[in-house]
Ligand binder design. Structure first.
Ligand code: ADP
Ligand code: MG
Length: 233
């Protein structure tokens, strides 16, 4: 579902302070995979994830998502493709602070033109799936970190994306809550068959996934199948 060939990205291209961040990335991801991209801070993980999520563009190479070449798309076409194909989970949750859990989860459907009644019904269904039925009307400030991340997972799931991209999803959580979030992501991957790509700098999170890609200074240093994924935290 993802095919990336010799992909390069430089920040401030052509300027004296140019920074070559992605240096010839080759990567294939099959539908239904549960994988991680690991690497030190500054190695280019978020940049790569943002390119994959069509939040950012790249300078050269090839990126094909579900058969669609992602290159030089207009704002409108990239937004449309992104809304249809990709769900995001972030370290800082990125929930809208003045909207309650239900409204946050329903938001992607608003952008997809789904009527309000249907949006709210579906949002309630996804909140229930994530064990947050009784928190639907709570604002993010009234939720714990783990509950906020579960709201974010429900929001990522609601538009039935083909892939969910998670950038340091446990970065702001304690160990117990991290475990809970990774278990939920694994369960979602299994039950909904949604491809799940987790970016992390934590080895323990990577070892919970089926495939570990190690990024170093903008290059893939290793790409290994993990025969025995474990949640050891
Ligand atoms: P990681 O997620 O692995 O920590 P990033 O992809 O965020 O790495 O960043 C890789 C490098 O690119 C870092 O040196 C960072 O400072 C730089 N960088 C990230 N975003 C930008 C930007 N918008 N403009 C310029 N440099 C950036
Ligand atoms: Mg990052």
């Amino acid at each position: 579902m993802i095919k990336i060939r010799d992909l390069n990205k430089t920040y401030n291209l052509g300027q004296p302070n140019a920074l070559h961040v992605l240096k010839g990335i080759d990567m294939d991801v099959a539908a239904g995979e549960f994988l991680s991209i690991m690497g030190a801070s500054g190695s280019g993980k978020s940049t790569l994830l943002n390119v994959i999520g069509i939040l950012d563009n790249y300078d050269s190479g090839e990126y094909i998502l579900d058969g669609i070449p992602v290159r030089d798309l207009s704002e409108t076409s990239s937004a449309e493709l992104r809304n249809r194909k990709v769900g995001f989970i972030f370290q800082s949750f990125n929930l809208i602070s003045y909207k309650n859990a239900l409204e946050n989860v329903a938001l992607p459907l608003y952008y997809n033109g789904i009527p309000r009644k249907k949006r709210n019904e579906l949002a309630a269904e996804y909140l229930e799936k994530l064990g947050l039925k009784d928190h639907a009307l709570h604002l993010p400030s009234e939720l714990s970190g783990g509950q906020k991340q579960r709201v974010a997972i429900a929001r990522a799931l609601i538009s039935r994306p083909s892939i969910i991209l998670a950038d340091e999803p446990t970065g702001a959580l304690d160990t117990t809550t991290s475990r809970e979030v990774i278990e939920i992501m694994r369960e979602v991957n299994r039950s909904e068959g949604i491809t799940m790509l987790i970016v992390t700098h934590e080895g323990a999170v990577a070892r919970a996934t089926d495939r570990m890609i190690y990024l170093r200074d903008g290059r893939i240093e290793s790409d290994k199948h993990n025969p025995n994924p474990v949640i050891e935290f």
